[in-house]
Ligand binder design. Structure first.
Ligand code: SF4
Length: 341
């Protein structure tokens, strides 16, 4: 078993929002990603996914917890040491236009990381830029053009190319295809898959679109209000979710195969995501959970191992129906929450 490329333990990010109030955006998140692997991070908008990605790269400071990249503890690095590690971890954002300096040509944008992080000569840098443009399906002649001259899909190719210029160990991809149309989405996903196979770069793939995450990620973590409520192999989590929130999110995914989901397989969630300024006591999901019990208001559910791999944090596994780490599906069907299969 190879060592994790990224190992995150009990990561917490709290923002001071004034008047003595604290917003806990990330509330004790743990996961790891092996070299060359992808972890999908899913959840509703406001669940803390992007903050987790930014804190994992120390683009915002974690309040507590540990983040190790290839064995190096990032949270304790001084500014200068952190600068040295920047080459090994990159980020691609949803809107490449806002992350690409509009006054720089594509050639300059791709060359810049090489100037900062390598000792390559000007000629070597130019050759590397041309090779990378070719590798992401763009003509070397585009090097003289500016970001505004490209479509959204092309700009995302440029952002991926820029991230890959320094051959990082890890790229955090934050909603990298959600601003693109469906056919451009699949081109970018294919590009990412190919680049990962060729380079062995690990991805943290953040998205609210569960169908996209399933395509990209053999493992998935589901976030709710700053916490990971379930994680494990994507096949197990998607087919046999063990947490009511995962079950609800997955039941809303429009799978292409009509036999795969029936209309009565939809588990509808009530209410909105509560404010992270004032999260519910006990289980943070309890105000929207149709199966909440008394204990859910007083005790935070610990993670329990789930049959088929991974963990879920829900009292249903130890209290009430005592599911004991089994799939939630038969329980949901017995309660009329979804149809019997
Ligand atoms: Fe629902 Fe309780 Fe499980 Fe939370 S711990 S998901 S409230 S049953």
């Amino acid at each position: 078993m190879s060592e994790p490329c990224l190992k995150v333990d009990d990561l917490r990010v709290t923002f001071d929002v004034g008047h003595g109030r604290k917003l806990q955006a990330v509330a004790g998140v743990s996961f790891d990603i092996k070299p060359g692997q992808t972890l999908g991070l899913v959840g509703e908008s406001g669940s803390g996914k992007s903050t987790t990605g930014l804190a994992a790269l120390r683009l915002i400071p974690p309040t507590s917890g540990s983040v190790r990249l290839a064995g190096t503890e990032l949270t304790r690095l001084r500014r200068r040491e952190l600068r040295g590690m920047r080459r090994r971890m990159q980020m691609v954002f949803q809107d490449p236009y806002s992350s690409l300096n509009p006054s720089m040509t594509i050639g300059q944008l791709l060359e810049e990381p090489l100037v900062v992080h390598t000792k390559l000569s000007k000629d070597e840098r130019r050759t590397a830029v041309e090779r990378m443009l070719d590798s992401v399906g763009l003509s070397a002649q585009f090097a003289a053009r500016y970001p505004h001259e490209f479509s959204g899909g092309q700009r995302q190719r440029i952002a991926i190319a820029r991230a890959m210029m320094v051959r990082p160990d890890l790229i955090v991809l934050d909603e990298p295809v959600s601003a693109l149309d469906v056919s451009t989405q699949s081109q970018i996903l294919n590009l990412l898959t190919r680049i990962q196979a060729e380079s062995g770069t690990a991805f943290l793939f953040i998205a609210h679109d569960l169908a996209v995450v399933r395509l990209m990620s053999p493992t998935v973590a589901v976030m709710y209000l700053g916490e990971i409520v379930e994680q494990g192999p994507s096949e197990r989590v998607y087919d046999e979710p063990a947490h009511p929130y995962s079950a609800a999110l997955i039941s809303a995914v429009p799978f292409p195969d009509p036999d795969r989901r029936r209309s009565d397989d939809r588990l509808i969630l009530g209410g909105d995501l509560p404010s992270p300024l004032n999260p519910p006591s006990g289980c943070r999901f309890r105000t929207r959970c149709p199966f909440a019990m008394d204990i859910c208001a007083t005790e935070a559910p610990p993670p329990v191992p789930i049959e088929g791999g991974g963990i879920a944090s829900c009292h249903l596994h130890a209290h009430g129906p005592k599911l004991g780490g089994r799939s939630l599906r038969p329980f949901l069907a017995d309660h009329g929450a979804i149809g019997h299969s």
